[in-house]
Design a protein around this ligand. Structure first.
Ligand SMILES: C[S@@+](CC[C@H](N)C(=O)[O-])C[C@H]1O[C@@H](n2cnc3c(N)ncnc32)[C@H](O)[C@@H]1O
Length: 398
């Protein structure tokens, strides 16, 4: 998720914004001093967008700290960035959460979700027009850098000697053993009974696939793109396991083929590596063609915006809305996890989990009303004129 970085004092000075008045604006927002806020905004509307150079605090963060909903709304309407972070990496939403100002938290989540959806559409248009996507502000700490790697399939991978990680050519972890309990939880919500047809996208260390095998699936499809991982699968004789069907290739190529062959599965798990958020959005569109109705279950590894709980909430909400347009209901089940021992990251360049001990496990199911309407429409050969339909056809054209 893109965040706004703190402007330099030099930039602020160039715009005629003195440090002293920036601080006055922030203090005024903290104390709800409307007269002073209006006086400074009249002098220069840019004061609303500034952050204290030392602390990174912004007028919106100051208002959020005290739970001032009306002022926060006014600041947002007048251009205050919802996603600016202070020097500790906290945004206005984090400050509102710390103060337990839940009405304001919800308002900020809604605002952030709308902003992300609009930004996403803009970036899609740019991508289609061949314009490069607005770059994110660079950060030095690899733990906070983007995990997208367009050259991932060219990396040479290695499984660590202790068997605890699969690493790429940059020593970034593709998969790690500490995720096993999470994988177990995913498998348990997808495989409520033996004899299910399941599809896993991304083999990695084979953790979830080993667990899925314990649930005696009637069909177990595994899609894996990387040649080194595929070789490991063959070495470990995954091609000889009961009911396993391996597809060596990218899901982008494999799933349309499966859909053409009218393959259906009861459960789908998505956990790839190095892909962009757009890939995930496209995946949702593709998988909706092969997930069985009415009881199919879909889940994915939820590492969205892992370094900030508020941004994570916004990212989950964005996914929920996107899936809603395809006819799905989404819930995020809270699971307690433990990743506090920093030793697990030894030898790994980029930490992709930041000590949060609650994992929000996605459980995605068909919205029964939506499939009812679709089935009726199909049998009548009529077009159902709903937002959901409109959006799914729109995506098909891409
Ligand atoms: C995080 S690992 C999966 C870990 C797995 N859930 C487990 O339990 O061990 C991601 C895997 O997705 C594979 N992958 C990445 N992009 C892919 C794509 N477009 N299609 C299929 N597999 C892909 C990677 O090669 C890697 O093996």
């Amino acid at each position: 998720m893109a965040t706004e970085s703190v402007r330099t004092t030099q930039e602020q000075m160039q715009n005629g914004l003195s440090t002293e008045k920036i601080r006055m604006m922030i203090d005024a927002c903290g104390s709800g001093n409307t007269a002073l806020i209006e006086q400074l905004a009249a002098e220069n509307p840019l004061f609303i967008r500034q952050q204290d150079f030392e602390t990174g605090l912004s007028p919106l963060m100051a208002a959020a700290k005290t739970g001032n909903l009306e002022l926060s709304k006014r600041l947002l309407d007048r251009g205050a960035p919802w996603n600016a972070v202070d020097r500790d990496g906290n945004c206005a939403g984090n400050h509102a959460m710390s103060g337990e100002h839940w009405e304001l938290v919800n308002y900020l989540v809604e605002w952030g979700t709308r902003a992300e959806l609009v930004l996403g559409e803009m970036q899609r248009c740019q991508q289609q027009a061949g314009i490069s996507i607005i770059p994110q502000a660079p950060t030095k700490d690899p733990g906070y850098q983007s995990s997208t790697k367009s050259d991932y399939l060219k990396h040479q991978l290695r499984y660590s000697k202790d068997g605890n990680a699969l690493l790429d050519g940059d020593d970034d972890a593709v998969m790690m053993e500490w995720e096993r309990p999470i994988m177990k939880a995913h498998a348990s919500i997808m495989m409520q009974a033996p004899g299910k047809r399941v599809m896993n996208v991304g083999f990695g260390m084979g953790i979830i696939d080993s667990i899925l095998q314990e649930h005696n699936p009637a069909l177990h499809i595994i899609i894996e793109a990387h040649p080194d991982v595929y070789q490991k699968m063959l070495k470990d004789k995954w091609d000889q396991k009961p009911n396993v069907k391996i597809f060596h290739g990218r899901w982008q190529d494999v799933i349309p083929q499966l859909a053409k062959e009218k393959v259906e599965v009861d459960a789908i798990f998505y956990d790839t590596y190095g892909e962009h958020a757009f890939d995930m959005e496209d995946f949702h569109f593709a998988m909706s063609d092969i997930l069985s109705k009415p009881l199919g279950v879909y889940s994915f590894f939820n590492g969205l915006a892992p370094d900030n709980l508020f941004f994570h909430g916004v990212a989950c909400q964005v996914i929920k809305l996107q899936l809603g347009k395809l006819g799905f209901d989404s819930e995020f089940l809270q699971c307690q996890i433990e990743v506090n021992d920093n030793k697990v990251w030894d030898g790994v360049r980029r930490k992709y989990w930041h000590g949060r001990d609650v994992y929000y496990l996605p459980r995605i199911t068909w919205n029964q009303e939506y499939i009812g309407r679709k089935t009726k429409a199909n049998s009548n050969e009529e077009h159902v004129d709903t937002d959901m339909e409109e959006n799914s056809t729109k995506r098909q054209r891409r």
